[in-house]
Design a protein around this ligand. Structure first.
Ligand SMILES: [Zn+2]
Length: 176
């Protein structure tokens, strides 16, 4: 079922989510709801969504990786590459704002699937980025925190006179 996505300044986005202990039907249901909600986002399209963003403070998220929706339950990043990359990020919980975030380019991650089976994977490129962004959500961290810490700039999308979308710098938001 498509769920409403919580946005700032909702306090649930700032909580540390809880480990999942029982892999019962509820977990499958949360994964289905996260996937449905992600599929429903078209502008911009959804690449990842974490449980706290739909108000469930449990450690799981769904990410679109190589065109497939994959669930990560109790994810743990085991290793970050030394190489870092600056990429423009946005978030459904921080509507209409974008900013460059520097993060490690590659990661090794372990997580469980919906029935509790553990897997381990190496990711680079966009999937590595999506996963780090979603793991942050489980710790109450938003991409704007990194933008602030890295002295970066925030942008919003605006239409210019010709109706073409462009990124326009916004002054820093206080209280995120
Ligand atoms: Zn997000």
């Amino acid at each position: 079922m498509v769920k409403p996505i919580f946005t700032i300044p909702d306090k649930r986005l700032r909580q540390k989510s809880e480990e999942i202990i029982a892999f019962d039907k509820t977990i499958g249901q949360i994964i289905a709801d996260l996937t449905d909600t992600l599929v429903a986002q078209t502008d911009p399209p959804g690449l990842g969504l974490s449980a706290p963003q739909i108000g469930i403070t449990k450690r799981l998220f769904v990410a679109k990786i190589r065109n497939k929706f994959k669930a990560f339950v109790n994810p743990q990043i085991l290793k970050f590459s030394k190489k870092e990359l600056a990429l423009l990020e946005g978030c459904f919980s921080v509507p209409e704002l974008y900013g460059h975030v520097v993060r490690p380019a590659e990661i090794d991650i372990t997580a469980c699937d919906r029935i509790g089976k553990q897997f381990k994977n190496h990711y680079k490129g966009l999937p590595a980025r999506i996963i780090q962004h979603e793991v942050d959500h489980l710790n109450g961290v938003l991409f704007v925190d990194h933008v602030h810490n890295q002295n970066g700039k925030l942008f919003k999308v605006e239409k210019n006179k010709k109706g073409k979308e462009q990124l326009v710098e916004v002054s820093r938001l206080i209280g995120l």
